[in-house]
Design a protein around this ligand. Structure first.
Ligand SMILES: [Zn+2]
Length: 414
């Protein structure tokens, strides 16, 4: 079996790996949008053939998780090309498509299930649940012609599923020939010990305690681990949590009763203006009917803003301000701090500054530290390590044994 990294060998984002078995069967792992492409733009690498459905040997696209840099170009593939992903990923992407410009609605031929091998033509695919900032993320082992490739997808050891990483270390897939390993955190300077989701929770408690009024938490609605951290910190500080309809829908899409749901006693749902309009235009009134008594309006929040922590998006600022909810508010920025830089970042900061809302950054990376990546590589002990999803592939040989880097578009034997 041969492999080719179509994109991602020396960049973070836009990941796509192809496998071609001796029989001619072909399989794509991820088909992501490059990080620097604008919404709705970007095209699959020209080196991928048959995305128009013209090659019956292209047996499918396997999506590792619900981040755009891994699934964002699937819509460019002809609808008859089968797509495989986890059941939760499918539901989450469908919800995202309703609420945001991103997302995906695509019939999934078969769902990935943790450690359950699945045969597709001459390939055997075994998914492994990993800890990542996207819910339901998998690493993938693909076997063909007696060879085995392990694609890490995106993973980490310091989120809310540390057991998933530990189990990979303790029971790694055996006899791996090639480990295609993400290296998002690998850079010229070592970052050291990562800030964990538990650290996020602890830091957040302090921030909430220091807030006399409404506490605003800015995080991605799809970052389910972060929702759990925010919920835990909120409850421990004696407040209740308000999520928006999008966040509530993503939590429901996980189908997991350990994830804070709108039916929980200390979770309420606010439907911001933009989402109210969307529900009306699409006539999907079940979306608001479903949350029922858990729905909260600005009048109730205004009675005692200091009783609440609220999931916040900048599009909500005007209506909350108009309702008088932002006096004595504070905000925690819980996304990549890079979003606060540049021209757009300056506008975001200004939106808080101009309203006198102090901002602090509380964030943990979705990606494994260099040390954890080394632990994984040692546990899997592949014959070769191939860099992907990294801006510093040239550093791999200093960090791992048997590194062979491959240029995008180059074919090589597994
Ligand atoms: Zn990811």
């Amino acid at each position: 079996v041969e492999a080719c990294i179509h994109r991602g060998g020396d960049e973070i984002g836009g990941s796509c790996v192809e496998l071609r078995a001796n029989s001619g069967d072909r399989l794509l792992l991820d088909l992501g949008l490059p990080l620097d492409s604008e919404e709705g733009e970007g095209a699959p690498p020209a080196s991928i053939v048959g995305l128009d459905g013209s090659d019956p040997r292209l047996l499918g696209i396997v999506i590792s998780h619900s981040h755009p840099d891994h699934y964002g170009l699937v819509d460019a593939a002809a609808p008859e090309i089968p797509v495989f992903m986890g059941a939760a990923t499918e539901r989450i992407l469908k919800e995202a498509l309703y609420f945001t410009p991103m997302g995906l609605e695509r019939t999934t031929v078969r769902h990935l299930v943790d450690r359950e091998p699945m045969t597709v033509g001459h390939f055997m695919i075994t998914p492994f649940t990993v800890d990542h900032s996207a819910f339901g993320a998998y690493a993938l082992v693909v076997e063909a012609d007696g060879r085995r490739l392990f694609y890490s997808g995106d993973l980490r050891a310091h989120g809310r599923k540390p057991g998933a990483f530990r189990s990979l270390l303790e029971h790694p897939p055996p006899a791996v020939d090639v480990l295609v390993l993400e290296g998002t955190t690998i850079s010229r300077h070592d970052v050291g010990v990562p800030f964990t989701e538990n650290d996020v929770e602890a830091r957040l408690r302090g921030e909430i305690r220091a807030t006399p009024g409404l506490f605003l938490a800015c995080y991605s609605a799809q970052n389910v681990d972060r929702l759990v951290s925010v919920y835990r910190a909120t409850i421990q500080e004696g407040r209740d949590l308000i999520v928006d309809l999008y966040g509530a829908s993503i939590a429901a899409a996980t189908s997991r009763d350990s994830i804070p749901q709108s039916s929980w006693e200390r979770v309420r749902v606010y439907v911001p203006q933009g989402q109210r309009v969307k529900v009306k235009l699409t006539k999907e009134f079940w979306r608001v009917n479903e949350i029922g008594r858990s729905r909260i309006y600005t009048e109730e929040i205004a009675e005692d803003p200091g009783h609440w922590a609220m999931s916040f998006r900048s599009s909500m600022a005007v209506e909350l301000e108009r309702a008088g909810l932002l006096a004595d508010a504070r905000v925690a920025w819980m996304m990549w701090p890079g979003y606060l830089e540049g021209e757009r970042g300056a506008r975001t900061r200004e939106a808080f500054d101009s309203r006198g809302i102090p901002l602090s950054i509380v964030h943990a990376s979705g990606h494994a530290s260099v040390e954890d990546l080394q632990l994984l590589a040692r546990a899997v002990s592949p014959r070769r390590v191939v860099p992907i999803h990294t801006a510093a592939s040239e550093r791999y040989p200093d960090l791992f044994d048997n590194v062979v880097a491959h240029a995008d578009g180059e074919w090589w034997d597994v």
